[in-house]
Design a binder for this molecule. Sequence first.
Ligand SMILES: *Cc1c(COP(=O)(O)O)cnc(C)c1O
Length: 311
Amino acid sequence: MNCRSGIDEDLLNRALRVRYDVLRLPECESRGINLLFRRDDLIDRHCSGNKYYKLYYNIRAAREAGCHTLVTAGGAWSNHLLATAYGAAQHGLRARGVVRGQRPERLSDTLRDAQKAGMELKFVSRHEYLSLAQRSGAFRGEFYVPEGGANEAGERGAEALGQAIGATQDLSHACVCVPVGTGGTLSGLVRGLPENTLSLGFSVLKDGRACSQLGTQLAPGHWRLLWGFHGKGYGRALPAPLLAFWRDFERRHAIALDPVYTLKMLWGIERLAALNYWPQGTKVIAVHTGGLQGRRGFSQVIDWPQPIMDV
Ligand SMILES: *Cc1c(COP(=O)(O)O)cnc(C)c1O
C-alpha cells in the first residue's frame, strides 16, 4: 500500500472499502460518460461522508494534546456539528457546540440529536460567534475545530479520500467531483489523488468568501471550482428544475441525496454533460459526501421510505 504522506492505515482501509455505484443519468449515458457514485455517505453509521474524514485527525490531535473537549460551531442543521458530537462521544471526549442566535424554544432535530449524543450547546450572538471562530485553543483542555472542520487536520483526513480513489479506480480518463462548502474536502482530495487527475468542485455558495482556504492552500493545477450550480445559494429553497431532478433521481436510483450539497453536484454533472463538457468515454467519479440528516431541516424534503440515518 502506498502511504506516501503517512495517511493512517485505519482511515485509509476504511476509505478503501467504500463502494461505487454506477449511475445512469440520461444526459451522461447518451454521451458515453461513465458516472460512478462513491458512497462515502455509508462510511460510518453516525459520522457520515466527508465529515468523517475531516474529523479524523482533529480527534486524534485533540487526544494527543491531552484535551478533554472538542469545541466547534455550526448552524441549527449543521452536519459538522452533529458529526463532531458523535465523533467526540465515540472517542471518549466531551463536546461543546456553539450555535449562532438565541436558544430557540424548540431545538432543531440536529441540535437535539447533538445534545442526545452528549454535546453541550451554547447559543451566542453573531458577534461572539465570529470572535469565537477566530480563536483556537483558547482554553486549556479544549480543542477547537473550526466550522465545517476546515483546517489542516481536516484536509489531511480528506487526503485519504483522494488516495483511496487513486487506489481503487483507473483514473486515466477520469474526473473526480465533490460538492464544495469551505473547500477543505476538495483541497484534501486533490492532495491525495495522483497528480494529473482532474478534480471539479461544485460550489454550493453564491460567492467565494468561504472558499478562501482554497486559494491559499492549493496551487493552481488539476482542479477547478464551478459556481453555476448552487441553485439559489446555500440552504435556499431549490429552483423547480433542481427539485424535479432530485425527485426523479431518488425514484430511479433509490439513493437518498442531501439537498444542500450532493444534489447540486449531481445536477451540475448532468448539466455539464448536456453542454458536452466532457469528452466521450470520460469516467466521472462523484463523491456522495453524506449529510443526509440535514434533509430534516429542509422545507421541500421528499419522503423517503426507510429511516435515512442512525441517530
Ligand atoms: C460539509 C459538507 C460539504 C462541504 O465540505 P467542505 O469541505 O466544507 O467543502 C459537502 N457535502 C456535505 C454533505 C457536507 O456536509
